[in-house]
Design a protein around this ligand. Structure first.
Ligand SMILES: Cc1cc2nc3c(=O)[nH]c(=O)nc-3n(C[C@H](O)[C@H](O)[C@H](O)COP(=O)(O)O)c2cc1C
Length: 299
């Protein structure tokens, strides 16, 4: 109502955002979500160079998409971000680490930039960095993030404290969940897990089957995969994934695991909303299933 630009509502007809998911959500999935009336992100992680950025933007074939990055990976090399800016994404997301330098680069390019916040210190850092919007991301969400505050208490606290546009993330996987966060005052729902088994995702057939079979209690937030793989993730950001034997063996014994790492593992990152995935579906069907009733729908 203020007339302030709001990247969560200005860039798509529907308040449905396909979250960045490195290795899982690339240009195909992002474009399918955007063409269905939402806003899809391609996600890039520590192993993705400028070539991966070029490949995923080519796959999006000109559809308006966002590009998501991890700040700790950009600290080592920001070439992937620079490559993305040349492709003019609709919006950029940068999360997980120090924001200022990377946010400044995106702003200089005249592209809106948002970040996910997992607590109120993250919110303060986001405001200092000058982002155009924040995503209140609760600990029930899939993939990496803090596990300190659940989505609903975090969303309420963030909405009370900031004048920035706010989206909500973590466990939103049905039309009911989308309606709930919009009613609470979020501008949009930022959804990862529900799209992870979509036809257009980069998930393997094995992982799609595991996602379809899983229930809401089948995920664990931990550092065991990052320790097993010797990944460079900052310690404050664990990953929520489907529970598997690696958790049973090493949870609580992370120091011992670190001593024998690296050991092979293949986590299936997913949040507590995973129980809503009943089938492998095209992203457009998922967007239609999530969209508020009586909304504009796809063009
Ligand atoms: C498989 C997977 C990969 C993810 N990768 C990224 C990523 O590359 N960058 C990022 O900012 N967030 C990433 N996330 C977190 C999402 O942006 C978002 O916070 C989360 O999916 C929201 O919770 P939900 O999964 O319950 O919908 C990932 C999430 C999942 C499930």
């Amino acid at each position: 109502m203020t007339g302030r630009p709001n990247p969560f509502v200005d860039l798509a007809p529907l308040p449905i955002i396909g979250a960045p998911m490195a290795n899982v959500g690339g240009g195909l999935l992002a474009a399918a979500i955007s063409r269905a009336g939402g806003l899809g992100f391609a996600g890039f992680g520590g192993a993705d160079g400028p070539d991966a950025v070029a490949r995923e933007f080519d796959l999006a074939a000109g559809a308006p998409i966002g590009a998501g990055f991890m700040a700790w990976a950009l600290d080592r090399d920001d070439a992937p971000l620079r490559a993305a800016l040349e492709r003019r994404p609709a919006v950029v997301s940068i999360t997980f680490g120090a924001l200022d330098r990377h946010v400044a680069l995106v702003r200089e390019a005249g592209i809106p930039v948002v970040t996910q916040v997992g607590d109120l210190d993250d919110l303060a850092a986001a405001e200092r960095a000058g982002v155009d919007g924040v995503v209140a991301r609760g600990g029930e969400g899939g993939g990496h993030g803090r596990d300190s505050i659940a989505m609903l208490p975090l969303l309420q606290a963030v909405l009370e404290r900031t004048a920035l546009p706010v989206a909500a993330a973590g466990g939103i996987a049905t039309r009911r969940g989308v309606a709930a966060v919009l009613a609470a005052g979020a501008s949009a729902a930022w959804i990862g897990t529900r799209f992870a088994a979509a036809v257009e995702s980069r998930s393997s057939d094995r992982n799609r089957a595991l996602l379809v079979a899983a229930g809401p209690g089948d995920t664990v937030h931990s550092r065991v995969h990052d320790i097993a793989k010797q990944d460079a993730w900052p310690v404050e950001f664990g990953g929520r994934a489907l529970r598997e034997p690696l958790h049973d063996e090493w949870l609580g014994r992370e120091d011992e695991l670190a001593a024998i790492a690296p050991i092979p593992c293949s986590p299936v990152y997913a949040g507590q909303g995973v129980g809503a995935i009943r089938a492998v579906e095209p992203a457009a069907a998922i967007v239609a299933a999530l969209a508020p009733e009586h909304s504009a729908g796809s063009a």
